[in-house]
Design a protein around this ligand. Sequence first.
Ligand code: ACO
Length: 324
Amino acid sequence: MTIRAVATGIGHYLPERIVPNAAFESRLETSDEWIRARSGIERRHFAAEGETTSQMATAAARAALAQAGRTATDVDAVIVATSTPDRTFPSVATMVQAGLGMTSGFAFDVQAVCAGFVFALSTANAFITSGQAQTVLVIGAETFSRIMDWQDRSTCVLFGDGAGALLLDAQKGQGTPEDRGILGLDLQSDGRFRDLLYVDGGVSLTQSTGVLRMQGREVFRHAVEKLAAAAHNALGKAGLGAQDVDWIVPHQANLRIISRTAQKMGVGMDRVVVTVQDHGNTSAASIPLALSTWVAGGQIKRGEVLVAEAIGGGLAWGAVVLRW
Ligand code: ACO
């Protein structure tokens, strides 16, 4: 018998305010056409003034619990992937814990920028398979609109805000690729590339928040190779191959990265979840947001094999294979 971390609920939250590409045209030398052609993004949601990462994370968590027909008292642990917490500390996860009315269990944040949700899933899987937790809420939540340089057209048109949450439960499996739940993982990072994508402020360096800086072309160059390799490794550890994949659930940063990675993996675009046009790049929130949107739409069905893959600042990247 093998313990598996099985997805039992999913939900998301998107702020009300939707900003189309055209909204940038009056302030910057850019166009709807350029943004669509280079990134695939058409619109994004921005948090309202005063709306925080923890509020969005809590809303997504409530939606996931409701979908599973469960309550917060069932949850042993809350793990939030975010690079845009409400405060330097305490963690967003403890704020979610309080927001849900949980008086037991444990909560903490994971920071691996756009790869954060994959790292958080892997952490939750380790707690569940080692018997330290039975039921874990894994949340990706971001307010990247708060760390944008609004004068920098090469970054501010790409990002959005939102949150997605996945409920994972310990269930018995046979130890075969036919089991439901997380079947394979591959995590990587390489700090030599830390200057390709960073925030130019921080607690110990500047005592300020700072704004995002990115060498987009360089990140792009790394993304396809590294994502395809991570997906390949994770599938191998799961005892599966590309032919077994029902859906790639990629980090939604850029449609060209998404399609070239799928091509390198030998998976057609008819088997790739794409929401980047509606959400922009929501960093650690993008995978659970995309997954939740397509599960709600009925495209992703129980028993199907999913590969979630993401890369972000660090560089940090990875892939998770799970049977839904
Ligand atoms: N509107 C119009 N022109 C623009 C804009 C804009 N918004 N932004 C940049 N340009 C210009 C550039 O100045 C450049 O002009 P130049 O040739 O005169 O110098 C030209 O467009 C081409 O710029 P590139 O950067 O080469 O454009 P590219 O095709 O690489 O697309 C993009 C840029 C969309 C940023 C792409 O490189 C990308 O998606 N990179 C990866 C981003 C990513 O995946 N990040 C990882 C996750 S994010 C995280 O971890 C937080």
